[in-house]
Design a protein around this ligand. Structure first.
Ligand code: PRX
Length: 658
């Protein structure tokens, strides 16, 4: 963890403010304090009870098989269909006319989709995929804007027992190619484009570029018409969504799959350059996303309107746009665009329009709204809001208080939810009808979740102590592995505390005097930029792939809005120019092209040397000191102690353009 985290920590731990749940909410809450005791008494029975909230075709014979740890099997022998659980069962229960999705496009177009509509759309898409030869176990890549079709595509795959691999719409052609190749996808679903900041951003052209990079097994590309932008067409491969899906029958007989049938792969950054394909399966995942959505938001499916502002390309979108809310039969809002298009009140206008009661967003977004000023949300009626959620990065107490006061009118509990792509669902969060919250603390493990903070030897730290966050017992929505790389799965998550059998999350955390948890950010080389995980090595690899770069080192520096910002130090090749602004700007664009715009460094410093230990390891700690304008720490382990003077005196930097 960084020094600045440590500094912030001492302030955090003096937090005296407490916000008990509103009485009216507590009186009718879905879960009371008893849930903790119940789960502690018999954890597996507790999870079994949660699993029963779903419809199963065949009951399981065993709740958890952990004999082949760390490869878990939950609800062994149970059979179900995720898509039927998210759609058909609500229609069968007479809730077909209930709105599932209020879609709001960035240009202002809207679409209302009831559960009955969704059932038809998913059936048509499943029939289309079947026609194209997609079946159980096949991988389908999805590269779509926020849209009804994105949800339908995922559910259609799930319906067939096929595995979706959603790729965030901001990722580059190279990133798509790498993911398609790693998962060996046979089909891609994309769109001509989508709307962002009033303009159409291309998607199909990026897929074309990705597929031109080398050979893959992608035989078909289905294209949703959205952007109305010109796209090239390969008649032997490309199909318009409306042509192939639109003409299908709107019923589809679904089959049940084993609880452990893979549901999706989602790539996320790790400490090495290559993103990991996190694998999730069906029964346990669906159980925990449905439960946590019901518990942490105190969801009342008949009356609440839920809005998760994440993109479907990240795990938050998978679990709390698609699977959790739909499994629970909730009504939700899906918004295509950015918060400031066409004006900075767009989010609050949408919340007012649909009467949003439960809002789930990220600290970086909250801090942006804070910057824009209280008067913007004040222009809208947000009185329907009941519970406010936060996810993706530590939320600083100022942002927490602002969220509570300005958005929540001082009456809505805030649930700061800690979890990861790997955990599949929320793990640490207050319960809105139970917990007296503290600004900036995610509080404690949800009922059924076993979490601790340990020192390097795996010993739990006492209250008041800090260390590494671990999960001490398996949980239903845990990742089942890394696609195609069992060894990396063991090594990354289970080797650090192998004796104890703990899952190592990669986050630092502290227990306060009451034993409540404060998350402190990553302890590895993974950066968190606006809630997006990006590894330092991934950006370094992108930089050194540019012909002018000899060497690169990347650090995450504290940033008041985005949490962390990417700062790169590069050594140029002898024959390259001396690192003027044009070169710096070219390198920033090069990283965007290699990975995606989210990975564009905030700042690039051209340096003559990098600080290395005698064994050649780059000392990122010192670079972070430079990036965060601190005095430079201990340099005694440097191979050449004059390097830092050289770096500090010869900096060539360029301010960010965007
Ligand atoms: O560092 C933690 C941070 O985000 C990481 C997981 O990133 P990702 O897999 O992309 O999933 C993000 C959405 C679940 C974690 O290792 N993180 C996530 N939520 C919080 C958080 N850090 C502090 N507080 C949170 N509530």
């Amino acid at each position: 963890m960084t020094e600045s985290n440590q500094e912030g920590l001492s302030n955090l731990l003096h937090e005296e403010r407490r916000f008990p749940p509103p009485e009216a909410l507590a009186a009718q809450a879905n879960y009371t304090a008893d849930a903790y005791a119940e789960a502690d008494k018999d954890r597996l029975a507790f999870w079994e009870k949660q699993a029963r909230r779903l419809d199963w075709d065949t009951e399981w014979s065993e709740v958890l098989d952990w004999t082949n740890a760390p490869f878990a099997k939950w609800f062994v022998g149970g059979r179900l269909n995720a898509s039927v659980n998210c759609v058909d069962r609500h229609v069968s229960a007479g809730r077909g006319e209930k709105v599932a999705i209020h879609f709001e496009g960035e240009p202002g177009d809207t679409r209302t989709v009831t559960y009955a509509d969704l059932a038809k759309l998913v059936a048509q898409a499943a029939n289309a995929l079947t026609d194209l030869g997609v079946g159980q176990g096949d991988r389908v890549a999805v590269y779509l804007p926020m849209s009804v079709e994105a949800v339908v595509s995922m559910l259609a795959c799930a319906r067939l027992g096929a595995i979706h691999s959603v790729i965030f719409g901001g990722f580059s052609a190279q990133a798509i190619y790498d993911r398609v190749l790693d998962a060996d996808a046979k089909l891609i679903i994309t769109a001509d484009g989508g709307y962002r900041r009033g303009k159409v951003f291309p998607l199909k052209p990026i897929v074309d570029e990705a597929l031109a990079k080398g050979s893959t097994n992608v035989a078909r590309v289905i294209v949703v018409k959205r952007g109305e932008n010109e796209v090239d067409w390969d008649a032997s491969r490309d199909l318009w969504w409306d042509d192939i899906v639109g003409r299908q029958p709107d019923t589809h007989e679904a089959q049940a799959f084993d609880a452990e049938n893979p549901l999706f792969i989602l790539y996320t950054s790790g400490t090495t350059g290559k993103p990991k394909g996190i694998l999730h399966t069906t029964g346990g995942y669906l159980t925990q996303v449905a439960y946590t959505h019901h518990a942490a938001f105190d969801l009342k499916a008949d009356t609440d309107v839920f809005w998760c502002t994440a993109d479907i390309g990240w795990v938050t979108g998978h679990s709390y746009i698609v699977y959790g809310p739909l499994a629970n039969g909730a009504t939700q809002v899906i918004y295509e665009g950015t918060p400031d298009t066409p004006h900075r009140g767009r989010f609050w206008e949408i919340a007012q329009k649909y009467g949003v009661t439960l809002l789930y967003t990220a600290p970086t977004t909250i801090r942006t709204f804070m910057k824009w000023g209280d008067d913007i949300p004040a222009q809208f009626d947000l009185s329907a809001l009941r519970v406010l959620g936060s996810v993706g990065e530590p939320i600083n107490p100022e942002a927490w208080m602002w969220y509570r006061r300005v958005i929540g009118g001082d009456r809505c509990p805030i649930v700061d939810t800690w979890w990861q792509t790997e955990t599949g669902a929320m793990m640490i969060s207050p319960l809105p009808g139970v917990t007296a919250t503290k600004p900036g603390s995610a509080m404690k493990g949800l009922p059924g979740v076993s979490v601790d903070v340990v020192d390097d030897t795996g010993t739990p730290v006492p209250n008041g102590g800090g260390g590494l966050l671990v999960l001490t017992e398996p949980w239903p929505s845990m990742l089942r592995g890394i696609w195609g790389d069992d060894e990396r799965f063991r090594e990354t998550y289970w080797s650090r505390f192998a004796d104890e059998g703990y899952y190592f999350a990669g986050d630092g955390a502290k227990k306060d005097a009451d034993g409540d948890l404060w998350l402190l950010g990553r302890v590895d080389d993974v950066m968190n930029v606006s809630g997006h995980r990006i590894s330092t090595t991934e950006v370094e690899s992108a930089l050194v792939s540019h012909p002018s770069v000899a060497e690169a080192a990347v650090v995450g520096a504290t940033d008041p809005t985005t949490g962390q910002g990417i700062v790169a130090f590069v050594i140029l090749r002898g024959d390259a120019a001396d690192g003027g602004e044009a070169m710096v700007s070219e390198l920033r664009n090069h990283v965007a092209k290699e990975i995606g715009a989210i990975a564009k460094p905030r700042q690039i410093m051209v340096v003559p040397e990098l600080p290395k230990t005698r064994s050649g390891k780059i000392m990122r700690r010192l670079l972070r000191d430079v990036a965060e304008n601190r005095s430079i720490g201990d340099v005694t382990t440097l191979a050449d102690s004059t390097v830092m003077d050289l770096i500090s005196s010869g900096l060539s930097t360029a301010p960010p353009e965007d």
